[in-house]
Design a protein around this ligand. Structure first.
Ligand SMILES: Cc1cc2nc3c(=O)[nH]c(=O)nc-3n(C[C@H](O)[C@H](O)[C@H](O)COP(=O)(O)OP(=O)(O)OC[C@H]3O[C@@H](n4cnc5c(N)ncnc54)[C@H](O)[C@@H]3O)c2cc1C
Length: 420
């Protein structure tokens, strides 16, 4: 029975994808096409576009990224001066700068096209009390920067930047804590509260990022506590739901019911999820049920179901679709249209990462939707793991060039033709 139901959902998702593919050309519903590269790259001069072309061309090579990535890591570990190569190239493309001040250029560039910035302090600290406090203080500075600034509609943080990951895991596993551990957890909780409280006072919405399943329940519980404290009038604190996990739609529904019962609003950032390989490996090694959907199609279907559920329950839910997936983004636009929800309704945001999927961000913003981009920042050495993940994502997939690389080439061709 359940399997039959799932098959129906997939068939429906397939039919809708095909439907959208056709609509993409006629486009009667939303008048937005993510294939419009002229809009997508409107902020880029020919020279900037060519620089992007060279960057994505290098990343498109699997061998280059593999070998280059290892060499860069080695060079950084040996303290060799490679920053001068990284900073003007891959770093500048995917990051705002090394500090909040340096990120101003990216904030202004996005703001000119009505795209908001989410300053993402991407530094993984040493994991001790000193680094947790330093991260809290830096996050508080991002909140100050966002206060009253329409170009920065959200703040964001990861709980592992504020509380020891081993402690989060121990709490989730319901292992007995020592007195020191209990005190450390309480200090971590206070750091989380300090940020959420400041966001509440400054009227800045804040995303709590989702992480690995073995600590996510602890993160969820902290976030529910914050939502109950600060989301009485509207959604200030947003939890993140990873729809590659097969249980998450049920969790969203449960969270909605709880919010109704206790009288607060749910902030829901929907993502597919970033830790799939790690999750599968651990489930297999430790012999428990894999928390991830069996395949991509199932994750896509569940993500879209979650989008539908949130749009149906906007009375209590404010939604942010954190995705680069075009079908899911078209779906959300169509649902808004169907329900007569204005594109700039404060309860709905689209979000992407800086330096990626500008075809979504710029086209959505031009059509009047609320769009924001994560703009990571931090010292070059510290954001290297983030940059290597982006490089890996943009390698050629099964001989096909990455989506971004294809779009850049398409726009270069278009500009060449236009000049003839
Ligand atoms: C603004 C923003 C915020 C984000 N915040 C977070 C966060 O807090 N926590 C977090 O974990 N991630 C976060 N992400 C990353 C996100 O989870 C995805 O990894 C990434 O965006 C790619 O998914 P997609 O929806 O853009 O599109 P797609 O490219 O269509 O989907 C790729 C995703 O599908 C899923 N998938 C792929 N293959 C399979 C398979 N075989 N079986 C099951 N599922 C599969 C995986 O989740 C994969 O990342 C964020 C992304 C954005 C844009």
């Amino acid at each position: 029975m359940r399997q039959g139901g799932a098959a129906m959902v997939y068939k429906l998702a397939d039919a809708l994808s095909l439907h959208r593919l056709i609509l993409n050309y006629m486009n009667p519903v939303t008048n937005v096409s993510f294939d419009d590269t002229a809009v997508a790259f409107s902020s880029k001069s020919d020279a900037e576009l060519y620089k992007m072309y060279l960057l994505f061309k290098s990343m498109n090579s699997n061998t280059f990224v593999k070998v280059g990535g290892s060499l860069l890591n080695l060079a950084l570990n040996l303290h060799l001066p490679v920053k001068f190569i990284i900073k003007p190239t891959i770093f500048n493309h995917f990051c705002g700068g090394e500090t909040i001040e340096e990120s101003e250029r990216a904030i202004q560039e996005l703001a000119r096209y009505n795209i908001g910035t989410i300053l993402d302090y991407s530094v993984e600290g040493e994991g001790d009390e000193k680094s947790f406090n330093a991260t809290r203080d830096e996050l508080l500075r991002t909140v100050e920067k966002a206060k009253g600034n329409p170009n920065i509609p959200f703040s964001v943080f990861k709980v592992t930047g504020l509380i020891d990951i081993k402690l989060l895991e121990k709490v989730q596993a319901r292992q007995e804590l020592t007195a020191d551990e209990r005190a450390a957890f309480e200090r971590g909780r206070e750091r989380v509260n300090a940020i959420c409280q400041r966001c509440f006072q400054a009227n800045v919405r804040v995303f709590v990022d989702a992480e690995e399943s073995w600590i996510q329940e602890t993160i969820d519980n902290l976030t529910y506590e914050m939502m109950e404290l600060y989301n009485r009038e509207k959604a200030i604190v947003y939890n993140t739901y990873q729809l590659y996990r097969h249980d998450r739609l049920e969790v969203i529904k449960r969270d909605y019911e709880q919010a109704v019962e206790r009288g607060y609003f749910v902030g829901a950032k929907l993502v597919r999820g970033a830790y799939m390989e790690k999750e599968r490996r651990r489930a297999q090694e430790d012999g428990y049920q894999d928390p991830i959907n069996p395949n991509k199609k199932a994750s896509d279907a569940l993500f879209d179901e979650a989008v539908r559920y949130c749009v149906e329950h906007l009375d209590r839910i404010a939604l942010c679709a954190g995705t680069h997936n075009e079908n899911s983004s078209y779906l959300l636009m169509e649902l808004m249209e169907e329900k007569g929800i204005a594109p700039n309704d404060e309860r709905i945001f689209f979000a992407q990462l800086y330096g990626m999927s500008d075809n979504l961000s710029y086209n959505l913003a031009k059509a009047g939707y609320n769009v924001a981009k994560y703009v990571p920042y931090g010292p070059v050495e510290a954001v290297m793991p983030y940059l290597l993940r982006r490089a890996n994502e943009n390698t050629a997939i099964a001989g096909q060039s990455s989506r971004e690389f294809g779009l850049i080439r398409k726009e270069m061709e278009r500009r060449k033709k236009a000049k003839r």
